[in-house]
Design a protein. Structure first.
Lengths: 534, 534, 534
């Protein structure tokens, strides 16, 4: 089906080099090749107008030989594409550098006072635009988004508590955590007694400032260390919060990277926390660097990177994009990916989707120990993506799960709590997950009755030297045996306990020899099915 | 659907109390409300003729507000009903008293000589009628019940073995276990040699008298301690059994408690054993007290309490009630529930029914350790209820499983072998199981796309104070996330590892706020399906 | 359906012997009985022309009684058949003798130089014909078999390496392992340097000769001990391989044993290895003795015993028999069944077929420890039978899995590596597997509502004395409870954890009393389904 044969004959010449070796010389005109859709349009010129000479063995008719030759060319191109995808995975030495770059971004964004709305988010997104061409969306206050309403916009310039000597005993300028997020404006003198019910501290960690919000209840408050609280004497205090809570916008950033297919992979990071480094400047930094790398390479999937305030941001995005959200086939929420703990993947609500399997495989294949957790409806924005009306295949990648480390939601979640090597490993795992999804295919063994004769095709040797050859040989047998048009390479990797890349390498070799045929994604019900119809 | 709107307008007035608060004044006429069937007929007057004033917030139309108001009233009524069900579960202090009352009943019934037919069963049932209005059924000997025939009725007045000095060396008056049940009448002198083959003892427990029967083979025999056997010298003995085996009746007791639905929960206890306390006076006592408590309260299900002789009694009941047995949706056989061992639930043949899940949950939620066993076709009357032609969802609650304790079927299974606290705990677990089944519902999240805004509805605070609030908040997220119209609260409790009552409390709160809609039981295939069609 | 009633009346007489006992006298003519197909044609005369008198109880019509009588006769005959199958299982003492006989066969076949083609295979098959009437097939070189081509036939008379003193330092006459199988003919003098790249040894086991082949690449080589290699001094060597590689045939042996049904059980052993005892003279010997025993007895299934070269032999057979291969319902590859290790069963690709369950049960019921492994596409000819285009229910029985013992594919896999008792146990397990498959049935409980009254039918006592009676009684309850027309005896054995033979004995007793009815195999989808359609 690949060739328009008559034309082919006209433009190519071939010569018998020895009794068993033929050589092809000629220029393949563009019109003569009907490409499979797996070859991206912008790479098709690889074939065109170039002179090719390739060896083939055995007695073949001209037509057979030409078909085989072009098939090989297409395979090579696909292999080249795959190499590009493989370049996703950075070298060990690159990772170290990337870890430090991401850590620098965390440090840069750390002082900004973010909330679920306001200029802190805008400034954060603006700085990300240095790395990726983020589109910034502004959704007006009062917009109805499902059961919620986009809130008033909150901004703050200054806040303090002054004692009677005029000293700032609590000062927003020192840490934006000192003010409860969404505190209403205030300027008033009051006694400690009146003030006390608006003060929040952590008796168990007397040196840390807690992080608190009051988004949906008009109130005001200050957070301080327990030591500061104990130091407050009976006095009259001047309490000032120079904030505004007015009709404005909810701001989120979005970066859409078009791929071969309109099917999407979603990467989502919340951007609403003020000076908290792991939660979630780590997620923002990894998502940003992931986006940058993916946008530079060819890809099968389209990618959507979302930088939005937690809960209300995801709800707003889903509300606006309700009709197209089903294009998200796989997704990852990135949150808390910079601490020293080991990797944690939390499954999607459906629990057995490709993202669940790919992420589990990817974290298992890293060197550090890792864990996969079942879905719970508690956590970050996976709560919204996995609400029963959407039920998207979105899981979450974290390191130490939120709420299980004492620094969580305190001033101790600072820049030094986040480590360059942890950021690097998290980025690497994301790329590994993406690489698995990009390379995952479902094949049909074209020679299902008994094994094909791999030796005769030089398939064993064609893999090049190396100790991995034995594994690839075994992988070829697994791929041939299980490629019934239903089981994907991901499932074959799981069942065979071989590394995914070994399975892919084997499948590619088999496909190049015509022993596998890709099954179109449309005929695969699982990954596209939506389990909740409302 | 709840309101007949035009009439509603005529009879109620409402007033705007503040910009966001409305107050309703008025009398809701009976005719204007169409009640959901979940509201029992005898509680509907709660709504009628009373003046209501309730607060509501936000801009609503009159109709919306009225509908919301009546919905709230209905919810409150349902909550009240649920409270009644909760009263099923007795306080710790009540349990102690109930345990002693049940133990007294065991002691009272202990001396009666029961068998599968005869006056012992009648007298036992008669005494239960002090507690519950039991219907006593008499089925004539010779009645064909499936593969079986109701046997002749057996009664016994006296029995003994006298030595040549006229001393009763074995005396039925001392223990009815001394005579093999269904022994044919006899009065004859014989040498020890002839007698010996009719004597049964337990060499391993030389102080205990075994329990034996010969229901379906005409024979006679005596059971005695091994010490008594060894003490028998060569002598001529006068052997007398004053029994009768004549056409009569098989007797069983039944207590049917009508509920909202014609779907039934069966509680079955065998009543055929003579002086054996745990097997099964314990089951009789717990079933009796369970029946008494359930009959006093409102309930969704109808209940059927069956006190019948083992095997032949259950077969007789099933044969007579073959056409309506499918109404039994859940059932428990109670047997051996008074010993000091921990709780054991044996699953139904189907193994994954609501009773299996509810009983497993209930025994796990008790403090003592417990076990759930898979179904086997060996045991008590669950053998008949779970025969493939009925395949009912009937499990068995026991403490130490029968046959695994040495006292089983011996005189050592006496009144002191049964403990008041064990009886109390068994009763409590039965009530817990019933309470789970009564409260189990399947809901549809009416707001399935993203989470609803719980905070705005004061749902978090509306739960009242207490440390359980965090669990209820988490439970609300679980219920919302999994209520897809298929998964019941029982399944949600299992998956979330939260206590069932916490899940129910969360579901009730959500339902009262219109966030859940009950799915009618008819559309749920699982619990009503019969897996064997003959 | 069993009787042609009018004729029946004419030829039999019956008499009422007492109010409840009838006796039948008479001759049942052949024409009057329509036999179920489960009664083999050659055993039907059991019924015919003989005078029968049998007891029956209860009030029955003449027709009922006659039907019951003939049903009993048929049951008895089937029981007799089953006894024959039971004779499959040899006594402990027989096994010892059989083990030694099989070991003698291994020793006899050991010196023959086999390969995937050639006279070695012919001679091997010829010797097996002493035991079983094997059909020998010859398939011409060049025949296309799926993706493969039957290779040229290889034969060898002599081969050696002589040093300059004319001494044979490597001599094919001492061990046929010394020559790489399919070595091309050669007679040439060369220096050690040139020779060295054609020499293969095992440095880690310096006393062993490795086994190597070069079937699909024209080459030549010698295998030798590492000590021999080190002893080779710089010298001019005369290298001679008197082999031929010419158009000829691939040879395989087949023995088909017809049974009641055309459904087949396949037993397959590879015959291509030269002097290697465990791999696979052990498999050949066990398959041969299994065939001999099965052919002597009545059986439900037809059996096909295949002795073919590995890979190419199985592929050739499947290619030739492609259209009828679906008749293979169960199969076992026998390979490496003679070493001292414990038994290993490797599951079929489908993993949950009757052969998988029967073999797992059978090796669990042996005394020695055993293991069941999941399918992998690496191994012996199960690779071909389980290729996705066939997907047959074929597993593999081995002892120590190939490749996991150091003697594998070396001269240390010699006659003393194989043990008579291991061969005996392997044979016994094969017979046990066959006996399970032969006796496996699926029944429908004819009395599904409540238990039937087993006692009245003397079913408990009818089993004869013995400690197994309690197990059989329990087994009867299991069989009655689970025989819903879907679950087979094999599944009931698995679920009840009772021995299969106890389940069968119970089922037979129940069937003889009319309490079970066999469900025809056609209505059972699982065992006949093919999971891959191409």
């Amino acid at each position: 089906m690949l060739l328009c044969r008559p034309k082919m004959k006209e433009c190519c010449t071939f010569r018998r080099a020895s009794p068993t070796v033929f050589r092809l010389y000629g220029t393949i005109p563009k019109c003569s090749i009907r490409f499979p859709s797996s070859i991206p349009r912008n790479t098709r010129e690889v074939f065109v107008g170039t002179t090719q000479h390739l060896a083939s063995t055995g007695p073949q008719t001209t037509a057979q030989f030409l078909i085989a030759t072009v098939r090989t060319l297409i395979s090579l191109t696909e292999t080249k594409m795959r190499k590009v995808i493989h370049e996703l995975l950075p070298a060990e030495s690159d990772l170290e550098g990337l870890g430090h770059e991401m850590h620098a971004l965390v440090a840069e964004l750390y002082p900004i006072c973010r909330s679920i709305t306001g200029n802190g988010v805008r400034e954060t997104l603006g700085r990300l635009q240095r790395f990726i061409p983020l589109t910034v969306h502004e959704v007006p206050s009062g917009t109805r988004v499902f059961d919620w309403t986009v809130p008033l916009e909150w901004n703050i310039r200054d806040a303090y508590i002054k004692n009677s000597r005029g000293e700032r005993v609590i000062d927003f300028q020192k840490s934006n955590l000192h003010v409860v997020s969404y505190s209403t404006p205030l300027h008033k003198k009051m006694r400690l007694e009146e003030l006390r019910s608006h003060l929040f501290s952590l008796p168990d960690n007397p040196d840390w400032v807690p992080y608190r919000t009051s988004y949906y209840k008009r109130d005001w408050g200050f957070c301080l260390t327990h030591k500061q609280l104990l130091d407050l004497s009976e006095d009259e205090y001047e309490v000032c919060i120079e904030s505004s809570l007015e009709s404005g916008h909810l701001t989120y950033g979005e970066f859409y990277v078009r791929g071969e297919s309109s099917e999407e992979i979603l990467i989502s990071a919340h951007v609403c926390h003020p000076s908290l480094a792991n939660d979630n400047l780590s997620g923002i930094a990894v998502a940003c660097f992931l986006a940058k790398r993916i946008s530079q390479l060819r890809r099968k999937y389209s990618y959507r990177f979302l930088f939005a305030p937690g809960t209300i941001g995801a709800i707003t995005w889903l509300s606006i994009n309700e009709s197209t959200a089903h294009q998200i086939k796989h997704g990852l929420v990135l949150a808390g990916v910079g601490d020293a703990g080991s990797l944690t993947y939390k499954k999607s609500r459906r629990g057995n989707t490709d993202i669940d399997r790919a992420a589990t495989l990817a974290i298992c294949e890293t060197e550090s120990k890792s864990q996969t957790l079942d879905f719970t409806p508690y956590g970050y924005d996976e709560r919204q993506y996995c609400s029963p009306g959407f039920n998207l295949a979105v899981g979450r990648l974290s390191r130490t799960p939120h709420g299980t480390f004492p620094e969580y939601h305190t001033s101790a979640d600072n820049v030094s709590f986040v480590r360059p090597d942890s950021l690097g490993e998290s980025l690497s795992v994301c790329l590994h997950v993406v690489s698995i999804l990009e390379q995952n295919r479902t094949y049909l063994n074209t020679n299902p009755k008994c094994e094909p004769q791999l030796g005769e095709r030089n398939l064993y040797q064609s893999l090049g030297g190396g100790s991995d050859n034995k594994a690839t040989e075994l992988a070829m047998l697994w791929v041939l045996n299980l490629s019934d048009g239903k089981q994907s390479l991901l499932e074959i990797a799981e069942r065979s306990h071989l590394r995914f890349e070994v399975i892919v390498r084997a499948a590619n070799a088999l496909k190049e020899h015509g022993l596998l045929e890709e099954v179109s994604a449309q005929s695969l019900p699982r990954s596209t099915e939506r389990q909740f119809a409302n």
